[in-house]
Design a protein. Structure first.
Length: 399
């Protein structure tokens, strides 16, 4: 794929906090009607989960809206009375109605990079996706995740109720998933860097190493008003429950910005790259390796940042990942929680602990792992290669 130019994309990532909504040309589907038309975008075993869950969706869901709404005036027909709060770069939340519009800002002919790790693969594939809206498959995967969480008794915050399809100049610009949601305030809004910049944190860590002292600075980023071990325990338990039932969000959706706390309960959201594996009774070594890779990569992507500094400049290239992995495991409370629940589940199913431990060791030597672990803690390569904030593709999700 030709490299997408950050300078072209990044200016479109920013939205005003309060958005006007516009009527758009297109169609409003009920969830049931959308499933009937587009369920073929999923794998056969995923479609079974959808078919078992149709009763969760009222057939008249499309009556909530007479026509599609968009936050992009460029494809709008007329302005609506209601407004919304921006979520990230492409979604919105209608506060008074507790309605989330995911993918309501399509911009014609603009694309965004998408990194994908296929099951069993060792390297990520970088593709491009339509900016600002969802594809039919993306939308179906959000619906699939809701059905999956309900089926397995896992907490889920968003309830899909309708889908918009946008049509502009006689062509489809993709879809927007309409969901009921009690809140959209993300936990990242309360990330706690203790009032310090990365430069400050780096200076403190370097002085500590130089003088052989230890400051009172925590080893990892926390969240104001949220207990570190409560968060780690709830998140670890939630992820293991999802993973061992075969559910994975993938690299794009596992972002830490997709955590929410509502009424003292932790939730995860954003599932447009969600996939469900067939979980075998007796897993092969090949399956175990693929499962562990997906599990660990999703965990890394979803982990709070480790504030320890690893000076890898004098290490051989083959040793860098091992050093970072060692520091991460020692300091990440989420890893410690997840690891405990992970192997409790392995034992519960009568699977070989040794085979899973060996597979996790193999994960740490993979190319995709070596790329991902660099983003989890302070290290020279991260500091040298990180894009300036004004050129970053990452957009905070909090309102």
């Amino acid at each position: 794929m030709a490299k997408l130019k950050r300078e072209k994309i990044v200016p479109h990532l920013k939205q005003k906090k309060v958005l006007a909504l516009y009527r758009a040309a297109g169609k409003v589907f009920s969830i049931q009607d959308f499933i009937k038309k587009f369920s073929s975008t999923l794998a056969p075993h995923e479609r079974v989960t959808i078919a078992e869950s149709l009763k969760l969706f009222p057939a008249q869901g499309s009556r909530l809206f007479a026509h599609p709404l968009t936050s992009n005036p460029g494809i709008g027909i007329s302005r609506e009375r209601s407004s919304a709060i921006a979520i990230g770069s492409r979604s919105a939340f209608i506060t008074k109605r507790h309605i989330k519009l995911k993918g309501c800002r399509p911009i014609p002919d603009l694309h965004f990079p998408h990194e994908q790790l296929d099951f069993g693969a060792q390297e990520m594939l970088t593709q491009k996706i339509q900016f600002g809206s969802l594809t039919a498959e993306n939308t179906m995967r959000e619906i699939l995740a809701f059905c999956f969480f309900k089926k397995h008794g896992i907490r889920v915050l968003h309830a899909p109720v309708a889908v918009f399809e946008y049509v502009f100049k006689n062509r489809s610009l993709g879809f927007c998933l309409v969901s009921l949601s009690p809140t959209e305030t993300r936990l990242e809004a309360d990330e706690d860097y203790f009032g310090l910049s990365i430069a400050d944190l780096l200076s403190i860590r370097l002085v500590e190493k130089e003088l052989g002292v230890k400051s009172s600075l925590p080893a990892e980023v926390g969240f104001k008003g949220v207990g570190q071990w409560w968060y780690a325990n709830e998140k670890g338990k939630l992820l293991v429950s999802m993973n061992f039932n075969g559910g994975f969000r993938g690299i794009l959706n596992s972002n830490l910005g997709n955590d929410l706390v509502h009424q003292r309960k932790l939730y995860i959201c954003d599932f447009d790259t969600f996939r469900v594996l067939k979980m075998p009774t007796k897993p092969s070594e090949k399956f175990i390796c693929g499962f562990c890779l997906w599990s660990i990569i999703e965990l890394l992507k979803s982990s709070p940042f480790i504030l320890e500094y690893a000076d890898t400049r004098k290490l051989a290239q083959s040793r860098i990942s091992a050093e970072l992995w060692s520091i991460y495991k020692k300091n990440s409370s989420l890893w410690q929680s997840y690891h405990g629940y992970f192997f409790a589940e392995v034992r519960k199913r009568g699977w070989s602990v040794q085979k899973f431990e060996k597979a996790i060791e193999h994960v740490a030597s993979s190319k995709v792992f070596s790329e991902m672990i660099l983003d989890n803690l302070l290290n020279p390569k991260l500091l040298a290669e990180t894009y300036k904030p004004e050129l970053s593709f990452y957009v905070p999700q909090f309102m």
